[in-house]
Every structure is written in structure tokens, then in C-alpha cells.
Design a protein. Structure first.
Length: 357
């Protein structure tokens, strides 16, 4: 009897030590449901998966600021957010993104931060039956994309930040610069669900104004370039592109011919203007990345429930004008800024470059 009792005691001690060891690691997906006092212990390491859809200036800016904020919060709280081993880029390839999801699941990450709508949809589907929270970034229409039940209460284990575009305000800029515009090109990718609603909104606005529009689409850089050629041939007065990552990756390849044709290209992010569009309109992506990281920290460290954390939206009124392109178009910058002033919250000037500094 004494030997049996000793064995039982030893077993209990081993179990207790194992539990203490797991609590100290904080590296498995199951740790997300641990008590807050365990997770906030100094020295805790959290595995953070960051998955970017494709290389472009906006998404790179978001990822950089997520990582900077995680580093800052880690130093402040005395914990480590290990993203270096779990950061991936899907290069706009669904097969690759699914492989990344499988790898993150096998690595038992504590949270996944997917950037851009297609990435989020794949990560959500892959983790549907698992207890891994998701904090998305740069999803233009979370409810319409089926990622959230509502903006105030997304439900499930998902929440995040949205770069939802105010299409009407951007259209106001187009006609503020050229009140006589009577033909607008719509350049986007049908493969991007984030483009569906703003394109539908643009059509409704233009129909109401009795303004003609011409649609051209592409799913690769070459196809987008061909679509741009078609819009130039149609002699449109301006081109509208929403927050479309496919067109974003092609902007450096198409901006010169659009500007040389005397056409003003308006798009739903400042990165388009950085890469050569006449005007980018929308949110501050650096701020969006920082806020995304803060939401992830709130879930990991303080045990916040993503189901009840409202999706964050941002000031959508920043107009970014490419001054190089403005000159190519033969436009007076001050005149344009004066025309834009009443239709946006702020105006930023930028010159053409491949990426943000």
C-alpha cells in the first residue's frame, strides 16, 4: 500500500510540474484560453502568425507597423511576441496560403494576423474547428465578405481592422477636379471580393449622375496593363480603382501611360499614389497596422474575447496627391488642393517611389 501511495504521489507531482511548465511556455494554441494571470506572467512567449496576401506598398506598411507595435508592447509588458518565425507572404496564391495555414496550425501559434480579405478568408476556413483567434487587418467589407456577423460584434473567434472605402467621397474628388468629366473608367480585379461593393457603389453613383462608365478588369499584372490600355483607348476622363491589391501590384507598370494619356487615376489607398496614381484616398495604413497589433495584444495578454470586440474603422478622408504625376498631367497643384479641400479631412503630397520609407 505504501508503494502504491508513493507512486500516486509521484504521478501527481509529475502532472503538477508538467502543468506549471506548460503555463510558463505560453506557446501553444490552447494557452489562449488560460487565465489572464498566467498569460501576463513576465517572460511569457506568444507565437504570433502574420500572413500577408502579396507584396505591395500598403500591405508592407501594415505588416511593418504590426511588428513594430508588437515589439513595443512586448518591451512594455515584459513578454515576447514571437512573429519572426511565423511571418509569411502568400504572393496572392491560394494554394500557398493554404499551406501557410497548415504550417501555422502545426506550429500551434497563439493567434493569426492575416492581412487583406483573401488571406483572412483562407485562414478563417482553415482554423474553423480550432481555438486559434484571428485578428485581421485591411478588410474592406468584413460583413459582406462573410468574416463578421456585424461590425460591432463580429462573433466567433475573429475581429480586426477595416480599411472600408467611402466611395462617394472619392467620387466627389473626381468631379471636384473635373466637373465636366463624362466618362469614368472602372479598373479592378473580379477575383477580389473587397472590390465588389465599392465598384457597385461607384456604378450607382455614376448612374444617378448620368455619367458613362467603362469597366475593365484583370487578375494579373499583364491583364491589368491590358485593361489600362483599353481604358486609355476609350478616352475616359478619369479612372477609379478601389482598395484592390491586384491593381496595386500593377500600379508601377501602368501609371506612366495613364498619366501621359492625360487621365487622372484615383484609387482607394495612399500606396497607389506612392506608386504613381494621381490620387490615393482612404485610411492611414500605418495607424491601421498599429491598431491591429494592439487588438492582438488585448486578446493574448488580457484575455479579451474577439467575438465581442468591434471591428475598428478609421478616418477615411485622407487624399494623397502624387506631385510628379500632377506635373505630368499639366495640373496646378494648388488649384487641385483647393478643389479637394472641402471633400477630405486632409491632403498629403507624395512623389513616386516603390515603397514607403
Amino acid at each position: 500500500m505504501k508503494k502504491l501511495a508513493a507512486k500516486k504521489f509521484a504521478g501527481l507531482m509529475i502532472t503538477a510540474l508538467a502543468a506549471m511548465s506548460l503555463a510558463a511556455c505560453g506557446g501553444s494554441s490552447s494557452s489562449s484560453s488560460a487565465p489572464a494571470e498566467t498569460k501576463t506572467a513576465e517572460g511569457t512567449v506568444y507565437k504570433v502568425g502574420i500572413v500577408q496576401y502579396v507584396d505591395d506598398a500598403s500591405l508592407n506598411q501594415i505588416q511593418d507597423n504590426i511588428q513594430k507595435e508588437l515589439d513595443a508592447k512586448g518591451a512594455e509588458l515584459g513578454v515576447t511576441f514571437d512573429y519572426a518565425d511565423y511571418t509569411f507572404n502568400g504572393q496572392a496564391d491560394g494554394t500557398v496560403l493554404n499551406q501557410i495555414a497548415s504550417e501555422l496550425i502545426a506550429d500551434e501559434v497563439d493567434i493569426i494576423i492575416p492581412i487583406a480579405t483573401p488571406t483572412v478568408q483562407i485562414m478563417q476556413a482553415a482554423t474553423e474547428d480550432l481555438d486559434i483567434p484571428i485578428v485581421f487587418s485591411a478588410v474592406s467589407d468584413p460583413v459582406g465578405a462573410g468574416l463578421a456577423e456585424s461590425m460591432d460584434a463580429p462573433g466567433g473567434k475573429i475581429t480586426g481592422t477595416s480599411d472600408m472605402l467611402n466611395t462617394e467621397s472619392l467620387m466627389n474628388l473626381i468631379f471636384a477636379a473635373n466637373p465636366d468629366a463624362d466618362s469614368i473608367g472602372l479598373l479592378y480585379s473580379k477575383s477580389e471580393s473587397a472590390s465588389e461593393q465599392p465598384i457597385a457603389d461607384a456604378k450607382a453613383i455614376l448612374d444617378k449622375m448620368n455619367v458613362k462608365y467603362v469597366e475593365k478588369t484583370g487578375t494579373t499584372v499583364d491583364e491589368v496593363s491590358t485593361a489600362a490600355d483599353a481604358l486609355i483607348a476609350e478616352d475616359v476622363d478619369a479612372i477609379f480603382t478601389p482598395t484592390d491589391n491586384t491593381v496595386m501590384t500593377a500600379e508601377l507598370a501602368i501609371y506612366e501611360k495613364i498619366a501621359n494619356a492625360g487621365i487622372l487615376h484615383y484609387a482607394g489607398a495612399d500606396s497607389f499614389a506612392l506608386n504613381g496614381a494621381f490620387c490615393g484616398y482612404g485610411v492611414n495604413y500605418a495607424d491601421l497596422g498599429t491598431a491591429t497589433a494592439d487588438m492582438a495584444v488585448e486578446i493574448l495578454v488580457n484575455g479579451a474575447d474577439p467575438a465581442t470586440m468591434p471591428v475598428q474603422t478609421f478616418d477615411n478622408g485622407i487624399a494623397t496627391i502624387n506631385t510628379d504625376v500632377c506635373t505630368t498631367l499639366g495640373l496646378d497643384l494648388e488649384t487641385i488642393k483647393s478643389a479637394f479641400a472641402e471633400h477630405c479631412s486632409s491632403i498629403v503630397e507624395i512623389t513616386t517611389a516603390e515603397s514607403f520609407e
